[in-house]
Design a binder for this molecule. Structure first.
Ligand SMILES: Cc1ncc(COP(=O)(O)O)c(C=O)c1O
Length: 446
């Protein structure tokens, strides 16, 4: 187990916080004012971090500008929704064209079926697709569809999994979660999960799994684990739902394409709406057919903005003009290469460190213990805070929890700079916190 000198760590974190607070005075003022009307000064909990989050006033390509005028290389890219970077010309043009044609048409529009066709070409497991306003809603609808189609009540999810605002399994009894009859499996532990499935499998409607746990810390599911879930679902007539809200960007066809595992249903979100509000779910005809409006017993799937013309048009432009299958594969390879370099940087700095993830999504964990599920995460919170604030001060923005996702406009020089800044930070800030611990322990023993 990695140990840090707690006193030194807290001191270093306080110093970093003081520098950050002084540097970002305008952001602090804006956040304090926001606290008067928004609980915690925000309307999206994940963007909050202490002592106060930055307020961004502009984004340009792969850069963010904060309220104090500092420029950051955007290494977060809105938790993967910002794949196209800020105001990509092709996306912008599609939005302007759609605006010129009228925004809320209140009927079918010419973009929605096209976007569904573009998506099905990449995700053939999705024979039929429907759109929603968010990934959360996509999971809500997919789970409900599976329960209706199978006529079964229960749903298997994984400890630590995240499928949206009302599906956050950081704790089994998270009071915000939707009240479905949940069962819990252990991520990347097929034997333990099969035990849970085999107990009254006829009651299970769905298994919902992220092929790579995103919010939990970019923890990839092993092929054996995911294939084992596929086999168990097939054996018992359970709908296997891959939540690819984060991972659909992995090459042309998401992680299901990379692994060659065909889920019964898939949920989507993030960049697929070109950066606009977006969600989608799709899958086998027998399940998605419950929504076929031509049938007398069809289940209604409502949503005023499900086919928002701006989102649909931006999504079409993104997939057809920008994020082509070739570009998707290139971004995947760039991510794999960057993660390898970051891991080299950790080794070079001689500190406990690993970058986990798949393709263009990764997480930085200053720990050497292997990470196969959330229970394996042991990084002390002050260390996460220190790494985050130090990297912000060096001009690189990513999430407090170490989350990094790549966008298309990031250049090689940006990635080189990020690796160099991280290497420097690990060596000059993190390494001394470790190095002193054994010396002190020795003195204490002596
Ligand atoms: C795997 C996964 N599923 C679902 C969601 C929810 O998507 P949204 O934030 O659009 O509701 C997220 C969001 O981060 C996610 O990472």
């Amino acid at each position: 187990m990695t140990t840090f000198d707690d006193t030194e760590l807290n001191l270093a974190t306080s110093r970093a916080e003081a520098v950050y607070t002084q540097r970002c005075a305008a952001s602090r003022e804006m956040w304090k004012r926001a606290c008067d009307v928004l609980p915690g000064g925000n309307t999206r909990t994940v963007v909050y971090f202490d002592p106060f989050p930055l307020t961004f006033v502009r984004g340009e390509g792969a850069r963010l500008i904060d309220a104090d005028g500092h420029s950051y290389v955007d290494m977060l890219n809105d938790y993967s929704a910002g794949l196209y970077g800020h105001s990509h010309p092709a996306i912008r043009a599609a939005i302007v064209r759609a605006l010129d044609e009228g925004m809320t048409l209140g009927g079918l529009n010419r973009h929605e079926a096209r976007l569904a066709e573009l998506m099905r070409a990449r995700f053939p497991s999705c024979e039929l697709i429907r759109f929603t306003n968010s990934g959360t809603e996509a999971n809500l609808m997919a789970i409900s569809a599976a329960r209706i189609a199978t006529k079964r009540p229960e749903v298997l999810v994984f400890d630590g999994g995240y499928h949206g605002g009302v599906f956050a399994f950081t704790a089994r009894d998270n009071p915000i979660n939707a009240p479905f009859p949940w069962r819990f499996g252990t991520y990347n532990d097929l034997a333990a999960t099969l035990e849970v499935i085999e107990r009254e499998p006829e009651k299970l409607a769905a298994i919902v799994v992220e092929p790579m746990m995103g919010g939990a810390g970019a923890i990839p599911g092993t092929r054996e684990f995911l294939q084992g879930l596929r086999d168990a679902a097939t054996k018992h007539g359970i709908a296997l739902i891959f939540d690819e809200v984060m991972t659909s960007r992995m090459g042309a066809g998401g992680i299901q394409g990379k692994l060659g595992i065909r889920p019964d249903m898939t949920t989507f979100g993030k960049y697929l709406g070109g950066g606009m509000n977006f969600g989608a779910f799709g899958g086998r005809k027998e399940i998605m057919g419950v929504f076929d409006s031509r049938k007398a017993d069809a289940v209604a799937h409502a949503g005023t903005f499900n086919n928002n013309v701006i989102t649909m048009a931006a999504g079409c432009a993104g997939l057809s003009e920008v994020f082509t299958p070739e570009v998707a594969e290139t971004l995947y390879a760039r991510g794999e290469a960057l993660r390898a370099r970051l891991n080299d940087a950790g080794r070079e700095a001689g500190v406990p460190f690993q970058a986990t993830g798949v393709g263009s999504i990764m997480a930085l964990h200053p720990q050497s213990e292997p990470i196969r599920r959330t229970a394996d995460l042991v990084v002390p919170l002050p260390l996460r805070k220190l790494v985050h604030l130090e990297m912000l001060t060096r001009g690189y923005s990513f999430a407090r929890r170490g989350y990094v996702t790549l966008s298309l406009p990031l250049e090689d020089a940006d990635l080189d700079g990020f690796v160099a800044a991280l290497t420097d930070m690990l060596a000059s800030v993190v390494a001394p916190l470790l190095a002193r611990a054994p010396a002190k322990a020795q003195r204490a023993r002596g």
